[in-house]
Design a protein around this ligand. Structure first.
Ligand code: PLP
Length: 407
């Protein structure tokens, strides 16, 4: 079994098949009972594998974690209640007051907000233009522990210098975290660029149906955790490649408790079976819509890595299978944002991305409102910028919808 979809669809069968069930069943039990008390203690002490309490381990979530590891070609995955829970827990588990992080300035708004909160609580976070490796290199200090980037940035679609930053982190012994949400493991596997840990918001493309929140962190095996001074002595045993993810699971998931529920894990797991099929259609729709908007006289700039004049078009061609399912564009000065948005009939006015339905949102007034005009300007977010997450509808219906809204 080598193909991406073949592996996902059959992955549950590699473990124990319960009652011949072709889906991993939903295990709702919070607690797990043992006949033998010594066995219970051995499981708690990590001397024997088994289940203790569903805040940190659950069979349905385990099955999804195995699937995400397979998709990312990683060593081990830990799932969380949302993408934000995954990112927050990694920082909580691995960093301590005074540590410095270099982050891309082009970030999903809530990640930006979270990093500002951590900054005010004793971490030091520098935001730089991660499309240029020199900007990341110049920001590194003796206290830097980690570099954080998104593959394609939400919402302006800048593509980070992923390979060059990976090499820089390898040379300098820094943890390299790549948020793969906008590309998903079908378009790009960050192991190619030596990522240490990969973030996925499972809510988006992997789940794909807008019916469950979830997040994941996957260990790629490239980082030598013996070089990382924040690993607690309890987790400095066994294979050193696993120390980081073990601390994320134990200190992070267990202590902080941002766990994924089994029902959501089931929805995401079923959704993930069609990831490749959906993304083929979504990326083709995005490319065609971007080309349509690009030539329209009443539209300002269009941001999509599949357009030849996108600043990182060549990088996107080199790294990604396709250029993603999200684009953004600015309306011309003569078009009223609110009237235009209200006239859309097929497209839903909503946040979220990676759904089967096409969703559009005026970002400055909604998801990027709280960060204020100054920071929006630095991030290149203009008041008329509309983010579109392409669904799987027939593309002619979508283009007609964006066309008729000008009338
Ligand atoms: N990372 C990126 C790039 C995102 O776009 C999002 C959400 O839009 C998140 C993380 C957070 O994911 P969630 O909404 O599952 O918390």
């Amino acid at each position: 079994m080598k193909g991406f979809t073949t592996q996902i669809v059959h992955n549950d069968r590699l473990g124990t098949i319960e009652h011949g069930s072709v889906h991993k069943p939903i295990h709702t039990s919070v607690a797990y009972g043992y006949e033998d008390t010594r066995e219970l203690a051995a499981v708690f002490q990590g001397k024997q594998s088994g289940h203790t309490y569903s805040r940190q381990i659950n069979p349905t979530v385990d099955a999804l974690e195995a699937k995400v590891s397979k998709m990312e070609n990683g060593l081990k995955t830990v799932c969380f209640g949302s993408g934000m829970a995954a990112i927050g827990t990694v920082f909580f588990a691995l960093l301590r007051a005074g540590d410095h992080v270099v982050s891309s300035a082009f970030l999903f708004g809530n990640t930006n907000s979270l990093f500002n909160s951590f900054d005010s609580q004793g971490l030091d976070i520098s935001f730089v233009d991660a499309t240029k490796v020199e900007a990341v290199a110049n920001a590194i200090t003796p206290k830097t522990k980690m570099v954080f980037v998104e593959t394609i940035a939400n919402p302006r679609t800048q593509v980070a210098a992923l390979s060059e930053i990976g090499q820089l982190c390898a040379d300098q012994g820094l943890v390299y975290i790549v948020d793969n949400t906008m590309t998903s493991p079908y378009l790009f596997q960050p192991t190619q660029v030596k990522a240490s840990l990969v973030v996925n918001s499972l809510t988006k493309y992997i789940g794909g149906h807008g019916n469950a929140l979830g997040g994941a962190i996957t260990e790629m095996g490239h980082f030598d955790w013996q070089r990382f001074e924040n690993i607690y002595p309890d987790y400095q045993n066994g294979d050193a490649q696993m120390w980081g993810i073990t601390q994320i699971k134990k200190k992070g998931l267990r202590d902080f408790g941002a766990s994924l529920g089994p029902e959501s894990a089931h929805h995401i797991s079923v959704g993930s079976e069609t990831l490749a099929l959906r993304l083929e259609r979504q990326c083709a729709n995005a490319q065609k819509l971007a080309e349509y908007l690009y030539q329209h006289a009443q539209i300002g700039q269009v941001f999509y890595p599949g357009l030849v004049d996108h600043p990182e078009h060549a990088r996107s061609c080199d790294l990604f299978r396709h250029h993603g399912g999200v684009l953004s564009f600015e309306l011309g000065d003569d078009v009223d944002l609110w009237d235009y948005m209200d006239k859309l009939k097929v497209v839903i006015r909503s946040t979220n991305l990676g759904d089967n339905r096409t969703l559009a949102i005026p970002v400055a007034h909604t998801i990027y409102y709280e960060m204020g005009a100054q920071r929006r300007k630095i991030m290149g977010i203009n008041d008329s910028l509309i983010r579109v997450s392409l669904g799987i509808e027939d593309v002619d219906d979508l283009i007609e919808d964006f066309r008729q809204a000008f009338n």
